[in-house]
Each structure stands twice: as structure tokens, then as C-alpha cells.
Design a protein around this ligand. Sequence first.
Ligand code: DC
Length: 230
Amino acid sequence: MPSIPILTIDGPSGSGKGTISRAVAERLGWRYLDSGALYRAVGLAAAWEGVDLSDAEAVALCARRTEIRFETQGAGEPHVIVNGKDATRQLRTETAGAAASAIAAQPPVRAALVELQHGFARLPGLVADGRDMGTVIFPDAPYKVFLTASAAERAQRRYKQLKDKGVSVNLDSLLHEIAARDERDAGRAVAPLKPAQDAVIVDSTGTAITEVIERVLAVLPENLRSPRQA
Ligand code: DC
């Protein structure tokens, strides 16, 4: 069986991972795994069911029974359907992000999502976006990027993103939340946010999206980089 090419893109919240990973997957004609959306969806499903978010075993059980689907509806971000409900908008809020970050620190919850994530690896290839894609979920992936940007710039980007979506936010509190989430994601004992040893670090501070996409694509060998023939 031919091996499946996998490109992992890890990094902190607001580093542009989502936009960049989706664009790269589209350019390559590969599948896209938004692992953050899985943690957000589980956090939301647990809240819907009234599960105590600090009860790791209960949240892990919830993770195993939650049905999560990604639906492409024209251009733009795919919609995320959680237990049959379109939760796309709700999942992008900072409340959902904070809940995701809290449950993501629990080892049984992470374990419950491993198989689901491995299932995304299919031909012709996979772009996997998250915090531990290159370190834990796909450690043997041949192509790894760690995408980062300054905290101030990440807060600005998130601010603009949320404002454009009509979500009202305050820049200072956003910067504070981003810093707190970074600390929690990087400081946790299980699968902390850190670059894989063999990852190429791409700092996107002050860099246009198109340029960042090119820098990420440059990690791949030429024969994989060329756009698919129509
Ligand atoms: O990428 P995101 O902001 O949607 O992720 C939401 C939270 O989920 C993030 O704070 C940490 C957690 N997460 C994780 O622990 N591991 C991943 N692979 C992806 C996300």
C-alpha cells in the first residue's frame, strides 16, 4: 500500500493555523483535520449534557459517544455538526475555546480522540492542524511545521476574526485569554504544546498569509508541492 503523506501544522491559538492549514490542504488536494474543533465539540457536547468538565472519565465517555461531522458547504470554513446540530458558530467563541483547553488537559479525553484523528489519514494526503499533531498523534509524519506569531499579533487577528463574524469582543481581555490558554496548553503534563524535534518553525508575525502558505509548502518536496492536475 502506498504510504500516506502527512503534513502536521502545530502551534498556539491565533497563529493562523486554521487559515493556513485549510489553504495548504486545498492547494494540495489533501484532506484536512481540524483537531481543535474536535476538542471544542467535545467541550460543547459535555456542556449540553450537563457533564462536569472537571470529571475526566465522564468527559472521555462523552467524547466517545459524541458524533462529530465536518461538512463542506461551498467556499470557506467547513461546518461542524455535533450530534446532528450545526455548532460552527458556537464552537468559535472564546468560551468554547476555554472549555476545549480545559478538557484537553485530561489524558482520558485525549486518549478517546486518538483513533478518530488517525482515521483522517487517507490518500492522497492529510494536513493535520493542532497542538500535538507532530509530537503525539502523527509522530512519524514526514513533514512537520510549527507555526507561531507574537501574542499581540495573535490577539489582534482573533479580534478581527471575531468582529468580522459579528461576535463582540474586547482586545485586552482577548490578549489575556490567549496568554492564559497558551500557558495552559504549553504547561500541561500530557501532550503539551511544543514543536516536534523535527518540525520546521515558521513565525508568521508581520507576514502576509500568501507568504506564510508558500513557506509552509516549501517544507514539502517539489513533486508533492505542484498543484494536482485537473
Ligand atoms: O486550535 P483551537 O483553538 O481550536 O483549539 C482549542 C483548544 O483545544 C486549545 O486551547 C487546546 C486544545 N487542543 C489540543 O489540546 N490539542 C489539539 N491537537 C488541538 C487543540
